[in-house]
Design a protein around this ligand. Structure first.
Ligand code: BTN
Length: 254
């Protein structure tokens, strides 16, 4: 277990100098019956995948690209809960290793100083009766320099080194991340989603604030109340509680 002080995460560790995408490798391992907690790490990815079919810049030697195989006894409907769990784990590791206070942004970004420092891509293999496996794909910009970011990014991005002004140990970060994931996942298996909701809400600065949501060509203005049990964002708009399942949330000027 490579010195990991964990119960589930890191039960098997598979390392690649180079691979197309750690999510693809983890899904293969999932298809081939590897146990939950199997972790894939790559030094670089040649086809790192982002959400919405985008790509994830994955230069060698600087960042963390990892995918974790889980087999939670849940219904497919609850799969998105694991995204919030991994966002909290990443944010805790950023806080521990970087000494900075990160924020989570709905649905699944982790921000430092308002800029994206990590990306999460969860993929689920399920049938109606249950989940076969879920792969948590996590990319964290650790030591990436400004010139290494792609020019066509649609959002402001940063790295831990840019924010702290010092180099971050990838090993120390990975260890911290797997430890936080392990304890959150252990708690999730016994207590379900509520503890994750509370932890996530504590790291979200939009709770209680007025926002504007672009949601399926509808513009909703209201106050964020929190996270629902299915991961939807609860926004109170003119007395009605709206649940946002997809969309872009922006704070209104204070
Ligand atoms: C996003 O679009 O914000 C999600 C990015 C997820 C990137 C990580 S890096 C490790 C894992 N392997 C991939 O191909 N993608 C995820």
């Amino acid at each position: 277990r490579a010195g990991l002080d964990t119960r589930i995460i890191g039960r098997e560790l598979v390392f690649f100098d180079e691979t197309d995408s750690t999510n693809l490798r983890a899904r293969e391992l999932g298809d081939n019956g590897h146990p939950e907690g199997t972790v894939v790490i790559a030094d670089r990815q040649t086809a790192g995948k982002g959400r919405l079919g985008r790509y994830w810049a994955s230069p060698p030697a600087v960042n963390l690209y990892t995918s974790i195989l889980l087999r939670p006894p849940i219904l497919p409907y609850d799969g998105p809960q694991l995204t919030f769990l991994s966002a909290v784990a990443v944010a805790r590791a950023v806080e521990e290793i970087g000494g900075l206070r990160p924020l989570v942004k709905w649905p699944n970004d982790v921000l430092l100083g308002g800029r994206k420092v990590a990306g999460l891509l969860n993929e689920m293999n399920a049938e109606t009766e249950g989940v076969r496996y879920i792969v948590l794909g996590i990319g964290v910009n650790l030591n990436m320099r400004p010139e290494q970011f792609p020019d066509d990014l649609r959002y402001p991005a940063t790295s831990l080194a840019i924010e702290t002004g010092r180099e971050v140990s990838r090993l120390a970060f990975a260890r911290a991340l797997y430890r936080h994931l392990d304890s959150l996942y252990g708690e999730y298996l016994t207590s379900g989603f509520p503890p994750v909701i509370r932890a996530w809400e504590e790291m979200c600065d939009l709770i209680g604030r007025d926002v504007e949501v672009d949601c399926q060509s509808r513009l909703i203005r209201g106050r964020v109340e929190g996270l629902d049990t299915d991961g939807g964002l609860l926004v109170r708009a003119e007395g009605t509680l709206e649940k946002i399942l997809a969309g872009d949330v922006r704070p209104l000027e204070r």
